[in-house]
Ligand binder design. Structure first.
Ligand code: XIL
Length: 388
């Protein structure tokens, strides 16, 4: 990225002739352009963050952004509505849609030359009460009708604005007693109503979404879907089945919600490669790395370093597999992270509550730079012990 010509000219004048003015010019004008995650991304890899439009973007004024908005625009070229496109938010009553949060996300993206990942159409969580109530007596056809109307409405409204959709989210659940995983035909009201043939319903959701927006890449998406394991084996088999049926499924997303309490499965790249070999795209869709914190609420130096390694390992897999289209963090700052509200853990994102960049941020930036031909490594090779 380079300065616009006018800015370069102004800078040159300020530097040579008008010293007094030069002193009052903000340092940034004379400095090289700021390196950000999006500016350093190789090929057409999208670097994204989740954002809650309803909370953060409704009053967006591009001439006077909040600090959060400024960083969101500077660092990321993709954004995912963290909640705004979920059923409970966007379709709170039968026949009633509230597009305010989702519209704010799309408008912010357009204003800042970003793309949008849609999230999500078929999920067992964050469904509105009316769906939960009605589903108690749904026939499969009734469930299908409700879902089809919703999918066509939402995907159609944002057609052309969304490059990837998480169509089906977390449709497998653990079932240790019976070989590992099975489709979520109890907690998911739609799959439950169509439990006799849930795969037929899943396929049709992709078909409806594809008809409503033929350009968007349509994804399966789940947690614990980074490495090769029982769950990703099930997705691999499902993807093959859907593809054999001619279903327009285009990608497999690994959410990337990691915890330092558990080990990290280094087979993520091999896993991405096997999905890519099916002709699918892959993506890291919701990366964060949480950890148990001590009584002082602070991570140890070791945890901080390990977090950077984990964030980076997921990025490396994405960089190394050409079919990986996007790497998205699930919020970039600890103040807005979903983690402390849900887990007895924290420090899960790449920036502190004060937007201070953590080593995790630096590790991502460095890996992106290293992956871009012609860009010299930020740190002389060998000096960085953090993530190599
Ligand atoms: C989370 C949001 O971050 C929270 O704000 C919300 O309260 C619950 O959902 N997997 C997903 C995401 O696919 O939609 C979830 O987002 C996190 C887990």
């Amino acid at each position: 990225m380079s300065h616009p010509a006018t800015l370069r000219r102004v800078t040159a004048i300020a530097a040579t002739a008008i010293t007094a003015v030069a002193l009052s010019v903000p340092a940034a004008q004379g400095a090289p352009p700021e390196e950000t995650l999006r500016s350093e991304a190789p090929r057409d890899l999208k670097i994204g963050s989740a954002v809650w439009g309803q909370n953060e973007l409704l009053d967006y004024d591009r001439k006077n952004p909040t600090e959060f908005q400024r960083i969101l625009a500077a660092e990321f070229n993709s954004i995912t509505p963290e909640n705004d496109m979920k059923w409970a938010e966007i379709h709170p009553e039968p026949g009633v849609y509230d597009f305010s949060g989702a519209d704010a996300v799309v408008a912010f993206a357009q204003a800042n030359n970003q793309e949008v990942r849609g999230h999500t159409l078929l999920w067992h969580s964050q469904n509105p009460q009316w769906v939960i109530d009605a589903s108690a007596s749904w026939t499969c056809q009734e469930a299908r009708d409700v879902l089809e109307e919703h999918v066509r409405t939402i995907v159609g409204r944002y057609a052309g604005e969304i490059y990837e959709w998480d169509v089906a989210n977390e449709i497998f659940q653990d079932d240790w007693d019976n070989g590992g995983v099975r489709l979520r035909t109890e907690a998911n009201p739609f799959l439950k109503a169509c439990a006799e043939d849930p795969v037929a319903l899943i396929g049709d959701v992709f078909r409806w979404a594809h008809e409503a927006d033929p350009e968007a890449l349509l994804f399966l998406n789940d947690y614990n879907a980074e490495g090769i394991n029982t769950k990703t084996d099930a997705y691999y088999a499902l993807a093959q089945e859907l593809l054999a049926d001619g279903v327009p499924v285009h990608g497999m997303g690994a959410q990337g919600h990691l915890s330092l309490q558990y080990g990290f499965d280094t087979s993520i790249q091999a896993n991405f490669e096997r999905f890519a070999a099916l002709g699918l795209k892959v993506a890291v869709t919701e990366a964060d790395v949480r950890m148990p914190l001590g009584d002082d609420g602070e991570p140890t130096a070791e945890q901080i370093a390990l977090q950077a390694e984990r964030f980076d390992a997921m990025l490396q897999a994405c960089i190394n597999v050409a079919a990986c289209t996007s790497y998205t963090v699930w919020g970039f700052d600890d103040a807005r992270s979903w983690v402390p509200g849900v887990f007895p853990e924290g420090y899960a994102t790449i920036m502190t509550e004060e937007f201070e960049k953590k080593p995790s941020y630096s590790a991502l930036l460095e890996s992106l730079r290293d992956a871009t031909p012609g860009k010299s490594p930020r740190t002389p090779p060998g000096l960085n012990t953090l993530n190599r």
